[in-house]
Design a protein around this ligand. Structure first.
Ligand SMILES: Nc1nc2c(ncn2[C@@H]2O[C@H](COP(=O)(O)OP(=O)(O)OP(=O)(O)O)[C@@H](O)[C@H]2O)c(=O)[nH]1
Ligand SMILES: [Mg+2]
Length: 232
């Protein structure tokens, strides 16, 4: 079974090697594809170094910051072209612990799509700052109210069984930023693919800066309104 892990990066020089080592420690045979949007720090240098040293590491370097959703889409297109069976998507900042890979992979084999949840058990985001918790819970509640979807759909830590999911369905998610995550899950749910939600503990980013700006939150909210308005 061919497995690829995609990791978008934007100024993550402090996190890239760390996440690579953690993934390596799982001892699962897989490839890693970084998607970097012209980071101004040493991210690209580190990725190039890793790819020279380890043949399972590859990268896509884009000229400009086009957004996290768009980075995911480009990487996903690439994994379909390369005929991978399974795809895991995750952040570079250490929030997503690769110790869950095994569980995600085994669940993906009997489902089409696996998403990780912060809400189906308590204490999964206990060390997060209060403001970040409020934001995450509010977004979750709004997605539930507007789209009737109770899954934890806004995180990037997930696994796709590519052989079972049509690429066109993923690409029909039009958003190129953070709303891509709930949009693609909404499409997958509506198309009737089987979805498994598993609880994971998320570690709050310790190194580097968050790339999520207030404008992203505002745009995502606006997009949610539009989505609701257009589909009702
Ligand atoms: N290629 C690319 N990567 C991005 C972009 N925006 C964010 N990222 C990466 O996507 C991942 C998630 O971004 P974060 O800044 O951690 O966003 P977040 O997890 O919602 O926010 P925090 O919880 O505050 O860290 C990280 O690996 C970022 O480096 C982008 O426009 N392009
Ligand atoms: Mg993060």
């Amino acid at each position: 079974m061919k497995i690829c892990v995609i990791i978008p990066t934007l100024n993550e020089e402090k996190n890239i090697e760390k996440i690579f080592i953690k993934i390596k420690k799982t001892k699962i045979k897989l490839d890693i594809l970084f998607v970097d949007d012209n980071s101004k720090d040493k991210s690209q240098e580190i990725i190039i170094k890793l790819s020279k040293e380890f043949k399972n590491v590859d990268y896509i370097f884009r000229k400009n910051k086009i957004g996290i959703g768009s980075a995911h889409k480009d990487a996903i297109k690439n994994t379909y072209r390369q005929k991978y069976d399974l795809l895991i998507t995750m952040d570079a900042d250490g929030t997503h612990d690769p110790k869950y890979f095994k569980k995600m992979i085994s669940c993906a084999k009997i489902n089409d799509y696996v998403i990780t949840s912060r809400f189906i058990k308590s204490d999964l985001i206990e060390d997060w700052p209060l403001l970040r918790k409020i934001l995450t819970y509010s977004r979750h509640i709004l997605v539930k109210i507007f789209l009737g979807m109770s899954l934890d759909a806004s995180g990037a830590y997930r696994c796709f069984y590519l052989k079972k999911i049509n690429l066109k369905d993923i690409l029909s998610a039009k958003n190129n930023d953070y709303a891509f995550f709930w949009e693609v899950t909404y499409i997958i749910l509506k198309k009737g693919y089987s979805i498994k939600e598993i609880p994971v503990k998320l570690i709050y980013r310790k190194l580097g800066k968050s790339k999520m700006k207030f404008s992203h939150i505002f745009d995502s909210l606006l997009y949610l309104f539009k989505k609701k308005y257009n589909s009702s």
